[in-house]
Write a protein that binds this ligand. Structure first.
Ligand code: AMP
Length: 384
């Protein structure tokens, strides 16, 4: 009898994305080892956890020796840490791709090079530069940190040019550390995301476009496949493929899009599995998590098609009573095992149905039973 060597996936960051990656890796016979600076990281409940900071090179050296490949649950892992690891073990997506996706200015520049329009934008590095940017971009606008912002954090919305001082007070101190960018505020018709995957061999796929609703900059509900998007799907897929090829990207990523006057505008790219793709766990033939594991380990990619229609509720700050979801037909409960805290993503639920009209019926009932009618209202309306 020969020893069977199981492969080990290393994940930087131990939140819910790492947790769902580990759960998807297990049936493939792949073990997962997670690194996080907190011993409480919720992925540690389902996979072994190394507690270390991003600059603890002794711990990272030992981690690198134990894994076959390293990937991310968190895009703000310092690019320097990713580069250091890449000298020791395969890292996907590459540190170069990560560095571009970490910087809103670099990623928007790349979008334009690939033919994807974006909101008007300008880099801001001083108070005077903010005035110049406002003169060019106009108001309303959003001032954002270029790096280290996520889920609406590190952002200030300016209703008019008169808000410039307040915006600078809120974010000016971060101009020298994280960099700032001013973007035109887009009165979009809707928000979509395309989740894409590219393998080490260049194989490429996208899941059907997802429509998303945010509250205070944080994802609240997703619907997939988004409705009435036949032409947008082809365009979004072509753009995602072009971006992936330009970056020689390996793994899953999300491209967040606004639809304005029926045209796509690029908002941002997340170089990892994404909240708006959680519905793929039950709603697609192969989930974003499994395909990410397959991609980084050089396994064949699986079918990204939807099984029917799905809606996802995000649980932010607290969890509702699980019972209505546990009782409902083709509904799926996900509790991330985290302490509840205002603004924190602590779980989600996905409701599936054979088609959009049946999903509308099931979603209306479930939202009532969960006392979440307001949260689901836009999604129900989109389905009707
Ligand atoms: P972000 O962190 O850039 O993805 O922003 C979070 C959310 O804020 C987005 O999903 C949008 O709902 C909203 N948002 C961000 N940028 C803009 C923009 N330029 N115009 C309108 N809404 C925006």
């Amino acid at each position: 009898m020969t020893d069977r060597k199981q492969r080990v996936l290393g994940v930087l960051g131990g939140g819910q994305l790492a947790r769902m990656l580990a759960l998807a890796a297990a049936p493939l016979g792949v073990k997962t080892l997670v690194v996080d600076s907190s011993a409480e990281a919720c992925a540690g409940q389902v996979a072994p956890l190394v507690v270390a900071d991003w600059t603890d090179y002794a711990a990272l050296e030992a981690f690198a020796a134990k894994v076959d490949v390293v990937t991310f649950d968190f895009e703000n892992v310092p690019a320097e840490t990713a580069r250091w690891l890449a000298e020791r073990v395969a890292v996907f997506p590459s540190p170069q791709a990560l560095a571009i996706a970490q910087d809103r200015l670099a990623e928007k520049t790349l979008f334009r090079e690939c033919g994807l329009q974006t909101p008007e934008f300008m880099a801001v590095d001083s108070r005077e530069a903010l005035d110049q940017a406002l003169a060019r971009v106009g108001a309303p606008a959003i001032l954002k940190t270029r790096r280290l912002g996520y889920d609406g954090k590190g952002q200030f919305r300016l209703k008019s040019i008169a808000d410039a001082d307040t915006a600078w007070t809120a974010l000016g101190a971060q101009a020298s550390t994280h960099g700032l960018i001013l973007e035109a505020f887009v009165p979009f018709e809707r928000e979509l995301s395309v989740i894409a995957v590219r393998g080490r061999d260049g194989a490429f796929g996208t899941w059907p476009l997802t429509q998303n609703w945010h509250v205070d900059g944080v994802l609240s509900m997703s619907l997939a496949p988004a409705l009435d998007i036949v032409q947008l799907q082809q365009r979004a897929t072509a753009l995602a493929q072009m971006l992936a090829e330009r970056l020689d990207y390996v793994g899953v990523f999300a491209l967040e899009l606004f639809v304005k006057d029926g045209e796509l505008l690029g908002n941002e790219m997340a170089p990892r599995v994404h909240n708006s793709g959680h519905w793929t766990i039950e709603g697609a033939h192969i989930s974003q998590f499994e395909n990410h594991v397959r991609a980084v380990l050089d396994l064949p990619l699986g079918d990204t098609g939807a099984r029917g229609a799905s809606a996802m509720f995000n649980w932010i700050g607290d969890l509702p009573d699980a019972a209505p979801v546990l009782r409902a037909v083709d509904a799926h409960w996900h509790d991330y095992g985290k302490q509840v805290r205002p603004g924190r993503k602590v779980g989600h639920a996905t409701l599936c149905a054979p088609d959009a009209s049946e999903l509308a019926v099931r979603l209306t009932e479930l939202a009532k039973a969960l006392d979440r009618v307001a949260q689901a209202a836009h999604t129900v309306q989109a389905l009707r």
